[in-house]
Every structure is written in C-alpha cells, then in structure tokens.
Design a protein around this ligand. Structure first.
Ligand code: ASP
Ligand code: MG
Length: 411
C-alpha cells in the first residue's frame, strides 16, 4: 500500500492511512506500507538547498530530500501504534534498497525483501520510506521526483506481493485529463503498455519508471483514492483486460504542452547533414521527440523537430551555431504547440485509427503540424490554442465519453 504526499499531508490524514492499513491487515493480509513525504515537503527541502547555490552538491541534495520520507514513515508507524496495532518503520538503507550512485535520479539495482518479511512475520506492518535508497558506498540516494511509486512497485516485486496499491488524491487513471474534458471516465483496467505510453505522454498519476518495473515483473498495480473505498484502476497485463463489452480501440487521450517546435529552413540535402544536426543536439544532451524531413526541392530541404521547452534556449543557440555549416538559410521556432496523442493496444489489430484521428481534428478545423506513431499510439502536434477542442473531439470521436451524463437537449 503506497500513500502519496496528499494522503499523508497532515496528522489526521496519517491517522486515516494507519486505519486503512490496519483494516487491510485485519482482512487477513500481510501489509507493507510505502509512504511519500508530506505534500509540499520535498519542494520545501529542495528550496532550502537552493539557498546555498544554484546547483547544490547532488549527494547532499539526496541526504536532505530523503528526510521527508523518514518523517512520514516514523509518524505512520506511531499512528498505527496509537490505534493499537504493531508497526515498524524502515528507511531505504535499512531495507537495503540498493541503487546506483546517480544522485537525485538513482536507479534501483537490488532490494533485500527479508527485513520487510521479518517484520510481517512478527505480525507487524512494515512502513517503508519511499523515494530513497543507498548506493554500494553507503550514500543515501533518491529515485527522482515521484520516486515513491517506483519504491512501492519494486518492493512489491521483491517480496512477491499479490498487489501494489497506489493510494492517491484521484480515484484512478482517467481516459483523459478531467480538467480539460468533463466527460473523461475512470478506466477500470489498463495494460502496462498503455499506462507506460500515457505516463510518457503527459499523464501524471504514476512515475514512468514504476510502470516499467511493474511490466517487467508482472506486478498488478491498483491506482485508487485514499479518501474512498471505491475501486480504482487496475494496471495489468494485456491478456487480463476484459474490455469485451466496452472493448475500445483507444484507451486514452493525452496531451503535453511542454514541447517546442524548431524548423531549419533549406539545409543541404546531402548524406550526413541530418546526422550532424542531431548528433550535435545529442552531444549537448538535448532529447528530440518528433523529427520530420520534407521532400527536397532541388538541393535543399526543411527539417523540423520538437524538443522539451526547457531545452529550447540551448537548442536555439546550438542551431544558430551549426546552421551555417549545413547551409541553413534560417530557422523558426514555435513554442505555442501541444502534442495530442491517442493510446490503445487495440490499434495493433485495427486499421485506420490514425486516419480517423486526422479527420476528427480536421472536422474541428485544426491543422496538424507534425505526426508520429508507434505500435499503440498516434501523436499530432497542433497549435496550443486548440488543446481543449482537440482533446474533446478525440475523446468523443473514439467513444470514450462518460455515458452517465445526460446532455441538455438542443433547443
Ligand atoms: N517526495 C518525493 C517527491 O515529491 C517522492 C514522491 O512523492 O513520490 O517527488
Ligand atoms: Mg506521485
């Protein structure tokens, strides 16, 4: 049972967590709880660190950031004690969540589940501090923002848990962002692959890495609300989806406003030019998402690509620098764009899904600026001002709208 920052945001909520854990134990389960820091705490700690320089020492950043989860694991254990239960808190280095030494974004190498199972064997609830680990040299490490999800799934895999329940402030994974599309529905079951695409494309419920681990080890993940008993969303393998009745080709619609588009006009159309441009970007650690090269008109062609907005200043400087060497006439940048995507394993067996997406967007008069596809997703770049319109049109067009809302009859 993993509880996020909002779920342990104050002492009353920590009591609520303790109650839920005890109820689960009373139902006959061995319980392991993974907690995040109290809401806002990690940001507060990182803010403090930045009082001491723009780029504080990464090792010390982790020593600091890990304290947030140390607090909640101890408090949660105390809350369980107060309600008459037995519990013991465990920090990353006590469990032995061993990671590499990439401070602030460490990756888990091994987990020794025996400390946890020992606690369970004594009839107690193990309360593990999420987000943190320890490297081979004994340094405290953290797993990147949102890393408690990854702690939870990895620990579930290590101890062979029946299920990893992720308790959060929403009641599950939605077909799209309900703030943008009021007709968004909670998804009952979704495959690992779809969840991974949705998380990568901008859905923020689960850390991407946690979904990768769940998929690799086949851990069933149940995303649900810490404030209700309602069933949430089960993330599981594709063969366990029983979408029969509501079998839909598209499982969800995602959007991401964090990209910007760069177009290099009239670069030489000769071997090695594209390699040179993207090699230079890669050398500077700038990740490129979409790439389009147009048919050349004579000896020159236009090349368009997208990067994270945060990388745009560096990308611009670099393009200005290497442009002349590839004969570039000039370049234009557009950061008022959004990437809208449809995701679904059903696309593998259905033709025409991309075409339907294009015509739904066209039907709203939305121009498509770039397209990319994978086996189970199609993404289009459109002008940012169309975000709501595009998401809603795709949501309705692919049959995802909630059925329980009665629309006002047209007058
Ligand atoms: N407390 C960490 C963060 O805010 C880890 C987590 O909550 O998952 O990123
Ligand atoms: Mg989170």
């Amino acid at each position: 049972m993993k509880f996020g920052g909002t779920s342990v945001g104050n002492v009353d909520r920590i009591r609520n967590v303790a109650r839920r854990c005890l109820a689960t134990q009373a139902a006959g389960h061995d319980v392991v709880v993974i907690v995040s820091a109290m809401a806002g705490e990690t940001n507060r700690l990182l803010g403090l660190a930045h009082e001491f320089g723009e780029i504080p020492d990464a090792r010390e950043m982790d020593a600091l950031a890990a304290t947030g989860e140390q607090v909640t694991s101890a408090l949660t254990a105390m809350a369980i004690h107060q309600l008459g239960g037995q519990a013991r808190s465990l920090l990353g280095h006590q469990v032995r969540v061993v990671t590499d030494s990439a401070f602030t974004k460490a990756r888990i190498r091994t987990i020794d589940g025996s400390r946890i199972t020992e606690v369970n064997k004594q009839g107690a609830i193990a309360v593990v501090a999420g987000f943190q680990g320890v490297d081979d040299a004994g340094n405290i490490t953290t797993l990147g923002r949102g890393g408690s999800d990854t702690s939870a799934v990895a620990i579930a895999a290590a101890i062979g848990a029946d299920v990893c329940e992720i308790f959060t402030d929403v009641d599950g994974v939605y077909t799209t962002d309900p703030n943008v599309c009021p007709l968004a529905r909670k998804i009952n079951k979704i495959s690992y692959e779809e969840m991974l695409e949705l998380a990568s494309l901008g859905a923020k419920v689960l850390q991407i890495r946690s979904v990768e681990i769940a998929m690799k080890y086949g851990v069933p993940v149940h995303v649900r609300s810490s404030f209700s008993d309602a069933e949430g969303t089960l993330v599981t393998s594709e063969d366990k989806l029983d979408r029969d009745m509501e079998r839909l080709v598209v499982a969800g619609v995602a959007y991401d406003k964090n990209e910007a588009k760069v177009t290099l006009r009239e670069v030489q159309d000769t071997p090695g030019v594209v390699a040179r441009i993207f090699g230079a970007l890669a050398d500077k650690n700038i990740s490129v998402d979409m790439i389009i090269q147009n048919v050349s008109s004579g000896a020159a062609t236009d090349v368009t690509f997208t990067v994270a907005k945060a990388d745009l200043p560096r990308a611009k400087a670099l393009i200005a620098e290497i442009g002349p060497a590839v004969g570039m006439k000039d370049f234009v940048v557009d950061d008022s764009i959004v990437k809208v995507s449809i995701v679904g394993v059903g696309m593998r067996s259905h033709a025409g899904i991309a075409a339907k997406m294009f015509s739904l967007l066209a039907g709203e008069g939305i121009n498509i600026q770039a397209i990319s596809t994978s086996e189970i997703k199609v993404s289009c770049i459109v002008a940012a001002k169309y975000t709501e319109l595009a998401v809603r049109a795709l949501h309705t067009g692919f049959g995802l709208d909630r059925k329980d809302v009665h629309e006002e009859p047209a007058t």
